[in-house]
Write a protein that binds this ligand. Structure first.
Ligand code: HEM
Ligand code: HEM
Length: 465
């Protein structure tokens, strides 16, 4: 029998369905492009003569990779899903899908401009994730503001009195990213130690106040929906939201432990990195406990295993981050490949898996078409084995590098020690890129039909009174 607290949502209207799908389709294009470029970067580290062209030199392909996978894939897929979630949880069609589409095209324009300029060697210097020249940053910021405004207006026109917890996270992310992005481009923060502090602030808050917020917002909608039961604890969801906001903005300086930045600032960042365990485990625990007693549903579903993996990825890799922030650990791991392992454990093991779970769980409801379950299984296993191979090998490389440096060996000794691991990273990367090709085929299989079919199963989510 259905839980009386579950409220049936109306089936999706065609404009909301098609604009959502367009975001997801473009995100998939950037996933394929961005990770193929990542693979080229990876190969170059153990085979430097591979593709010896200036446009494809390591210094250019690295930022091209990071910007495409962060602003192209991860952002667009989560924005597309978020626009759908705000509309469903507000029980209204998306407010102004046309404006949402304009935001998508501006976003794509910025990404294409970013790709071409970075490969041509036109950039703002070594400022990670803000290498694009400012006109492109302005276009991206405009796109974010427009998409955020559409999300806000949709929630503002809701037919229910409550704002469901998903929307707190999603609107929070949309409020925070513009502040972050504008701060990082302010002219007086571009030099000296101020630049370093802002770099840490920007880098980590992009992860915690944008990707994490949107991924959790989407999870708080999709997981209860797919399981057909309310979230384990609404209060824990709200606690996670507020403590994320409390602790995250002050942890940026943990990127520069032992640097010439103020010692007290570093210590504050370490302390707040420990505080981060509250929202991380409130979120992970709450969402995993929602699965309690549903192992049968997980086995039968092709979307839920992605969510379970993503949540475990969130809890474990964030805990790894907290450990990495301590001075005693950071002295070994900072500047090493260990951080690259953490980046992929989080951005892939958490964010990408949650996004895939939501795409497979929600898109058939909005287009009426399902992918081939076998192909989804192939995607899942290639991605999981690929990312495990990547993260384990590159973390081992980081540990070897750290020990070599701390014990005072020559730099080349650390390169020789790490080289076999770079080859393993490429093998993992090949599996990951292979899984993305399968994902693209699955997205195509779920494309909207000319007439949008009604949702195949009742679309339910608990909106507490
Ligand atoms: C409790 C939560 C977390 C803590 C305390 C934490 C801690 C850290 C630390 C200390 C570093 C810098 C390591 C160094 O350079 O020495 C780092 C890097 C990084 N973290 Fe986390 N992390 C957390 C969660 C996350 C999450 C959820 C994401 C992604 C959604 C993420 C993405 C990254 C990325 C991409 C980097 C590399 C940044 C760069 O240098 O380019 N982290 N993290
Ligand atoms: C959705 C998928 C992916 C995301 C979100 C992602 C994200 C990132 C991030 C945030 C960094 C910067 C790391 C840091 O500075 O700590 C990075 C670097 C890198 N990524 Fe990825 N990545 C993805 C997939 C891949 C794949 C499939 C490969 C293929 C092997 C790859 C290869 C690399 C390489 C070689 C670097 C440079 C590492 C270095 O400088 O030593 N990435 N990626």
């Amino acid at each position: 029998m259905r839980d009386p607290r579950l409220v049936a949502a109306p089936s999706t209207d065609a404009p909301t369905a098609s604009v959502t799908f367009e975001y997801l389709a473009w995100a998939t294009v950037w996933l394929l492009t961005g990770t193929t470029i990542g693979l080229i970067a990876s190969i170059k580290l153990h085979w430097p003569e591979f593709l010896p062209f200036a446009w494809l030199s390591f210094g250019r392909v690295r930022p091209a990779h990071t910007n495409l996978v962060l602003f192209g894939w991860s952002s667009l897929v989560l924005v597309g899903l978020s626009l759908y979630v705000v509309s469903r949880t507000s029980r209204v069609p998306l407010w102004n899908p046309r404006l949402a589409r304009i935001a998508l095209w501006l976003w794509n324009l910025a990404l294409l401009g970013g790709l071409v300029t970075l490969l041509a060697g036109v950039n703002r210097g070594p400022q990670e994730y803000r290498e694009w020249v400012w006109p492109l940053a302005v276009i991206l910021a405009t796109a974010v503001l427009i998409a955020g405004f559409v999300a806000y207006r949709t929630v503002a026109t809701r037919t229910l009195p409550e704002v469901y917890v998903s929307n707190w996270y999603i609107l929070g992310g949309f409020c925070y990213l513009p502040i972050l992005y504008v701060t990082s481009y302010l002219p007086f923060y571009q030099t000296g130690l101020g630049n370093t502090v802002v770099q840490g602030y920007y880098m980590h808050n992009a992860m915690g106040m944008w990707f994490t917020q949107l991924a959790l917002g989407v999870s708080y909608y999709a997981i209860p929906l797919l399981l057909g039961r309310p979230v384990y604890s609404y209060a824990l969801g709200v606690l996670g939201f507020w403590t994320n906001l409390l602790f995250y903005p002050l942890i940026g300086a943990h990127h520069f432990i032992f640097s010439p930045t103020a010692w007290w600032l570093q210590s504050t960042a370490i302390l707040f990195s420990v505080g981060m365990m509250v929202p991380v485990w409130a979120g992970t625990g709450n969402l995993l406990l929602t699965f309690k007693g549903s192992s049968g549903a997980v086995r039968r579903s092709y979307a839920l295993p992605f969510f379970v993996t993503g949540l475990i990825g969130y809890g474990l890799s964030s805990t790894q981050g907290t450990i990495e922030a301590f001075r005693s650990a950071n002295i070994y791991w900072h500047f090493t490949n260990f951080t690259v392992g953490h980046s992929h454990a989080t951005m892939y093991g958490f964010i990408a898996f949650i996004a895939w779970g939501a795409v497979y769980g929600l898109v058939p409801r909005l287009t009426g078409r399902e992918p081939n379950p076998l192909a989804v299984g192939v995607h899942f296993w290639l991605a999981l084995v690929g990312v495990l191979t990547y993260v384990i090998s590159i973390s081992v490389a980081g540990i070897l590098q750290g020990f070599a440096w701390v014990s005072g060996q020559s730099f080349i000794a650390s390169v020789i020690a790490a080289e076999p691991m770079w080859l393993w990273r490429t093998i993992g990367g090949l599996l990951m890129v292979g899984s993305h090709v399968v994902f693209a085929v699955n997205v195509w299989a779920m494309r909207p039909q000319r007439v949008v079919a009604p949702a195949p199963s009742p679309d339910v989510v608990r909106i507490p009174a």
